[in-house]
Design a protein around this ligand. Structure first.
Ligand code: ARG
Length: 588
């Protein structure tokens, strides 16, 4: 749907144009003094500056023009020339009627739908998924959903870390433990065993040992580096072993992402860029931007006007291996060829900002994408109570699996303490605990502007009061039961919307602000704007429901209108929660 503020802006813009002023001065937004007016327009001030006139005089002219427009209840001028606008109830009710007719309850539609790839998740094979990957998954999933709803064609790509030094480290560690395996025998001609020599548990055990050894012992690191280069160069035994690592890892990853409610359209990895490396190197050479530096081959990306130094992107190390930057660059070539998106979004920790700056600049220099087509959607860290990135009690990185289990258990306790859902069967109760736990975790993560760090505080996240996932989720469940209760009384037919009470008007105004919130969340790539809206909607409904009867309202037209209002609110809240990746239990 067109946003209400865009609709009003066009209207007010015409009034400016009628006085020979720029129509773009008529920008209308929601008032920051809702006690004075619903909307405001500050354009008269800018117009006065342009025309070197008195702003109040201009505001008066515009106000007079708008006063003749039947949609406005009041048009007044405040201060030096701010226009305060409020709409007539019948107009508001009519717009809300359009919402009722809209199967999407007012989502915003992009004027020019694009093809977009969102790269989020980024777990590394053989390393357990940790909470650092959690934000990427939660924010990326939400952005994917809200961009799709806006009409874009969107691909979510997990971009597995399956090609780096950790692969060489694992190979060498396994060779130390089981040197007799055929993968290490250079004379072996195959076929290699179908059965993986390692399980997920083996990988979880092997990787920390290998990483530690590499850290302590320069020779071990060298061997791992060499193994990585040989794997990338195509040594058959290493490739066969690596495939087992990837497959085994993927099974665990799929389970964890499924529990989080996060899905990907593409399960590609860094290794999928391999077939593009040679072509990429050729292209870079042709353009004269592949330079020898200390035995490595690099792409210089620094610019004269850089405030801080941006080091070159390393394309090949001295042993010919590719690194994180090279695979990201080659992946862009793959994406260009396979999908040709107009935009690629990387939802990755803000601390990787420099890496993406290097990759984006190199991609532009190589002519693969223009820089503005590539966006790093950074985010801050989730911290522990000590203000440092969240760790377990033992000081280690918390695994996602453990986090999900912990959240679910705490949610179950919370439900029990609050006496919620206790009439459900054991199985349903577990399901609800999972849904509430995920709502708590996701909403807590998404409701902060993404660049801010936040503190992991499960008890606060799980509260049923305040701006939390469980509060908004519970509001939706309650709406379902309100509607069911009305139906029990035999009232099933909703009717045209009327405004008979202030809380109805406020609820309708909130409902009508959804398209604005969706658009803004989309344009800024900021899901917290949707959280704000969802919370405001839940609150507006709760104030309405406290003040207005539905089930036992005597006036049948008013009752039918209120039922319609409840239905639209539930519909819109359901859309919002789905955009945040939050499920709504049937009952609690
Ligand atoms: N695997 C990386 C990490 O764990 C994240 C990958 C993000 N995506 C990308 N295209 N670089 O840090």
């Amino acid at each position: 749907m067109e946003t209400l503020t865009d609709f009003l802006t066009a209207r007010v813009g015409k009034a400016f144009a009628a006085h020979g002023l720029e129509p773009s001065l008529g920008v209308v937004r929601v008032s920051d003094r809702p006690d004075l007016a619903q909307f405001q327009c500050n354009g008269a001030l800018a117009a006065a500056k342009q025309a070197k006139k008195n702003p109040r005089e201009i505001a008066e002219k515009i106000a007079t023009a708008l006063a003749g427009d039947e949609i406005f209840e009041t048009v007044s001028i405040a201060g030096p020339g701010f226009l305060n606008l409020s709409l007539r109830d019948d107009f508001l009710a009519g717009r809300a009627q359009d919402l009722r007719a809209d199967s999407q309850f007012g989502v915003w539609q992009a004027a020019d739908p694009e093809k977009i790839i969102i790269d989020y998740g980024g777990p590394n094979v053989a390393k357990p998924l940790h909470v650092g990957h959690l934000r990427s998954a939660i924010i990326g999933e939400s952005l994917k959903r809200l961009m799709r709803k806006a009409g874009h064609e969107v691909w979510g790509d997990i971009h597995l870390g399956d090609w780096g030094l950790q692969m060489g480290q694992l190979i060498t560690q396994l060779q130390i433990e089981q040197p007799e395996l055929p993968y290490f025998d250079e004379d072996f001609t195959g076929p290699y065993p179908k059965q993986s020599p390692v399980t997920l548990e083996d990988l979880a055990r092997l990787y920390p040992i290998a990483a530690e050894a590499s850290k302590l012992d320069e020779a071990r690191k060298e061997t791992a580096r060499k193994a990585t280069a040989e794997l990338q160069a195509g040594r058959p035994g290493y490739r066969a072993l690596w495939q087992h690592f990837v497959r085994v890892s993927r099974i665990g990853l799929e389970r964890e992402y499924r529990d989080l409610g996060v899905t990907f359209d593409l399960w590609k990895g860094e290794s999928d860029a391999d077939p593009f490396i040679a072509k990429l190197a050729h292209l870079l050479e042709q353009r004269g931007i592949l330079i020898k530096s200390e035995g490595a081959l690099v792409v210089p990306v620094a610019r004269e006007d850089d405030k801080k130094e941006i080091p070159p992107l390393i394309m090949f190390t001295r042993d010919g291996a590719v690194l994180y930057g090279s695979t990201d660059l080659a992946t862009l070539m793959d994406r260009k060829q396979a999908i040709d998106p107009s935009r690629v979004l990387y939802v990755v920790d803000q601390r990787q900002n420099q890496h993406f700056e290097q990759v984006f600049r190199a991609a532009a220099l190589a002519g693969i994408f223009e820089k503005h087509q590539l966006e790093h959607i950074g985010f801050g860290t989730m911290n522990g109570q000590d203000g440092k990135p969240f760790k377990t009690r033992q000081g280690g990185v918390l695994k996602l699996r453990d986090l999900i289990d912990m959240v679910r258990e705490r949610a179950a306790e919370r439900l029990k303490e609050g006496g919620i859902g206790q009439s459900l069967s054991q199985e349903e109760r577990e399901q609800v605990a999972h849904q509430v736990g995920m709502a708590a975790l996701k909403f807590a993560d998404l409701s902060n502007p993404r660049m801010t760090d936040y503190v992991f505080d499960l008890d606060r996240f799980l509260a049923f009061e305040g701006k939390t996932g469980p509060y908004v989720q519970y509001a939706a469940v309650r709406l379902k039961s309100v509607i069911a209760k009305v139906a029990e009384k035999g009232v099933r037919e909703a009717g045209p919307l009327l405004i008979t009470h202030k809380t109805e008007r406020d609820l309708i105004l909130t409902l009508l602000a959804f398209a604005d919130a969706h658009k803004l969340a989309h344009d800024k790539r900021m899901p917290h704007i949707l959280c704000d809206h969802g919370f405001a909607l839940a609150q507006a409904f709760s104030r309405f429901y406290a003040a207005c009867r539905i089930a036992d309202e005597e006036d049948k037209t008013v009752q039918a209108s209120r039922l319609a209002l409840a239905q639209v609110t539930l519909g819109q809240l359901s859309v919002i929660l789905s955009l945040l990746g939050i499920d709504i239990p049937d009952r609690m």
